[in-house]
Design a protein around this ligand. Structure first.
Ligand SMILES: Cc1cc2nc3c(=O)[nH]c(=O)nc-3n(C[C@H](O)[C@H](O)[C@H](O)COP(=O)(O)OP(=O)(O)OC[C@H]3O[C@@H](n4cnc5c(N)ncnc54)[C@H](O)[C@@H]3O)c2cc1C
Length: 392
């Protein structure tokens, strides 16, 4: 197979599919997306898919706010059902994190996010089932919620196809090809694809592809476990959903799922590097016990819950836990949207829009400048207020 495209995208996760859709909407020419397996079989398929606006920097709050708007109006703005449901979200802080929480909530309110500080005692009223014990200060963000990552990505992919994007699955890129200072395409398991623009949206698999061009992407693959618990039926039954929670006192996050399920994961930076193609996808007995025990301390009905499955996914961590968005150095036509560090699902609508606008106009959307590859060498890393960088 030998093909020619104007823009070639590597990776069929939520980021690559959102970029493909937005490029097609702008009429950016012949667009081809290459996915080595099937759409949404990478990190996105294992995502918690919590959609929140709680971030530490005004530009990430604006990004999350715009993306939330898309999730809330997905059928009209993109098309199809992304499974977004608004549940509300708690952030629970111990004494050490109070100043950071106060500052974040004030900044978020200034950005127009409906969020409010509450005391530990007010936690059970704001979000039934949750415990306020040991909570020095909390906040409640009413618009936050959860989406279905598989459905969201499939919608972006389908709409991209509808608009003319060629989406090839089971087709892996083996090398990005360049001539002098310009990319000219990619080699794949099924032959050469020529293109003057290549967009790398291959998550933790991105660094191996830029390495052959002499570009080091500072992205580390790390493993992150998640436990699924069946809640007791008297807590909402099969159809009820409880609030999402980021419990900073226990470094835990919880999200409801359909079927009476609560997913529990860790918000800690787990910096042990993992091989993204060979890592333990299931949880150990110790991990199951840990998440079940911690979970019931935060959400009291989980004391009567039953483990109903588990999995681990991979984060693509950068040194400041924020993605690399934009052009990569040395080669014209080489773009990157990777390094989402465990919080990229919710940002995918805006990332797709920004990347498409930049590639087609060569004009950087205002807030996108913060995510440049060069920030690490310039000492302009993005600084979250919390110790846990993955919260952003
Ligand atoms: C357990 C867990 C919980 C999470 N919870 C949340 C959350 O609550 N909220 C949130 O916002 N984010 C969350 N995230 C993070 C979020 O899921 C990711 O940031 C996001 O899904 C990344 O999307 P992506 O498209 O960059 O990556 P991926 O979905 O991994 O897509 C990249 C694709 O590239 C393909 N690929 C790789 N190499 C090649 C190649 N050589 N040729 C062709 N194709 C290739 C892969 O097969 C893959 O499908 C979570 C992640 C995990 C693991």
């Amino acid at each position: 197979m030998s093909e020619t495209a104007d823009i070639l995208i590597i990776g069929g996760g939520v980021i690559g599919c959102s970029i493909a859709y937005h490029l097609a909407r702008l009429g950016a020419g012949r667009i081809v997306l290459l996915e080595r397996r099937a759409v949404c079989t990478g990190t996105t398929g294992r995502s918690g898919a919590i959609v929140r606006q709680h971030y530490s920097n005004d530009f990430t709050v604006r990004m999350a706010k715009e993306s939330l708007h898309v999730f809330q109006h997905f059928a009209d703005l993109v098309g199809g059902a992304c499974g977004f449901t608004s549940t509300g979200m708690l952030v629970l802080s111990a004494a050490a994190g109070v100043e950071a929480l106060r500052a974040n909530v004030q900044m978020q309110q200034e950005q127009g996010v409906p969020t409010r500080l509450i005391s530990g005692d007010e936690v059970p009223d704001a979000a039934p089932g949750y415990s306020g014990q040991g909570v020095a200060l909390a906040c409640y963000e009413e618009d936050a919620g959860v989406a279905d990552p598989m459905a969201t990505t499939s919608c972006f992919a389908q709409r991209a196809r509808d608009l003319g994007v060629q989406l090839h699955e089971e087709l892996a890129v083996t090398r990005i090809v360049a001539s002098k200072e310009r990319v000219t395409g990619v080699e794949t398991t099924q032959g050469l694809f020529s293109a003057r623009n290549v967009v790398l949206a291959a998550n933790v698999w991105s660094p191996a592809l830029t390495a052959t061009l002499g570009i080091t992407l500072p992205i580390t693959a790390t493993r992150h476990p998640m436990l699924a618990l069946r809640r007791p039926d008297d807590f909402g039954g099969r159809y009820g959903l409880h609030a999402v929670c980021l419990d900073l006192t226990r470094s835990l996050y919880l999200r409801p799922d359909i079927g009476g399920i609560t997913l529990v994961g860790s918000s800690e930076n787990v910096l042990t590097a993992s091989d993204p193609d060979h890592y333990a996808q299931g949880l150990t007995e110790d991990e199951i016990r840990y998440f079940a025990t911690m979970g019931k301390g935060t959400l009291l009905p989980l004391a009567r819950a039953v483990p109903r499955g588990n999995w681990a996914g991979i984060y693509d961590d950068t040194p400041d836990y924020h993605p690399i968005l934009g052009r990569l150095p040395h080669y014209e036509g080489l773009y990157c949207a990777a390094g989402f560090s465990g919080h990229g699902f919710k940002l995918a609508p805006v990332v797709g829009e920004w990347m498409a606008a930049y590639i087609t106009s060569n004009k950087l959307p205002d807030d996108m400048q913060h995510f440049a590859y060069e920030r690490f060498e310039r000492g302009q890393e993005i600084r979250p207020r919390y110790n846990s960088g993955v919260l952003g």
